[in-house]
Ligand binder design. Structure first.
Ligand code: SAM
Length: 269
């Protein structure tokens, strides 16, 4: 089967594999192949591979040693992965427990399995979780080449928004003044700064702001990121500053339009 692969001379194979693993773009479901002294390393997110590498389409055998949860259960559980946490969306507690056991027994690199125990709630938009396997709710999640440390019990984060975040951030230009009014742990701020923007992120949740600062360091953009804890309506010094604004607070962003207009520069997206 043809899949996207980074192609490198054999002697650069291990260092390239490690770089791609650190970026979180390795395709673990396919094996690396060697042909004519060159290594073909399967990647899951070709668009997130740094420009210095060549990406080609190449035949790669599927790994057959993985045991997936569905094979253990005989039915497909619904879950998503956030770092080494598997997040279930099961209404039936019995099915949730069975799915958690199967995920833990499978080949997936998962240390914790949780089930949603509430909707996202309150001003901080944090959810309650039933922890069904393991105990650690802090993890490091990788997305389009960025790494985000976060604790799902303390902050909002949704891996489902990855494609939409990427679509927005791809429009950011180097040198641009980028303002995220509800920044969380930085999934817009960090990639915007990596594209060369001067990025400011505000959040009411002090724990999220601590992670935002840690993530700026972790991704090598601390010099271009300002993280501010507090209510964005009370932030001073940025009137007319922003050339691009993000306001991802679906349940009540409309209440913050006046603030957005104050923050926006003459030309602002
Ligand atoms: N942008 C982040 C993301 O995509 O993961 C977080 C989005 S989350 C839906 C909304 C965030 O807004 C939460 O982290 C919450 O703490 C923060 N928030 C809510 N009200 C706020 C306010 N008045 N000022 C600043 N942040 C606020």
């Amino acid at each position: 089967m043809s899949v996207p692969c980074v192609v490198v001379p054999r002697e650069e194979g291990e260092s390239t594999r490690r770089t791609l693993a650190d970026l979180g773009v390795l395709d673990e479901a396919h094996d690396i192949t060697v042909e004519d002294g060159r290594l073909y390393i399967p990647v899951s997110e070709p668009r997130a591979v740094p420009g210095e590498f060549d990406v080609v389409s190449h035949d790669a055998p599927e790994r057959d040693r993985q045991t997936l949860p569905g094979e253990i259960l005989g039915w497909e559980p619904s879950y998503e992965r956030l770092g080494d946490i598997a997040i279930l969306d099961e209404d039936d507690p019995g099915r949730a427990r069975e799915a958690a056991r199967a995920i833990a027994e499978s080949s997936l690199p998962v240390g914790t399995v949780v089930n949603r125990a509430s909707p996202v709630e309150g001003e901080l938009r944090v959810r309650q979780w039933d922890v069904l396997y393991g105990e650690e709710t802090e993890t490091v999640h990788r997305e389009y080449g960025c790494a985000f440390a976060l604790d799902i019990a303390e902050v909002y984060f949704s891996p489902r928004l990855a494609t939409e975040r990427h679509r927005v951030v791809e429009q950011v230009e180097a040198g641009e003044r980028f303002f995220d009014m509800f920044a969380g742990v930085g999934p817009f701020v960090i990639p915007a700064a990596r594209r060369g923007a001067e990025a400011v992120g505000v959040d009411l949740n002090g724990v999220a702001v601590e992670y935002l600062r840690e993530n700026a360091e972790r991704n090598g953009v601390a010099d271009r990121v300002t993280a501010i804890e507090g209510d964005v309506r009370r932030v001073e010094g940025y009137d007319g500053w922003a050339e691009r604004l993000v306001m991802n607070l679906p349940h009540s962003a409309d209440e913050f339009l006046d603030t957005a207009v104050d923050l926006a520069g003459e030309s602002c997206t």
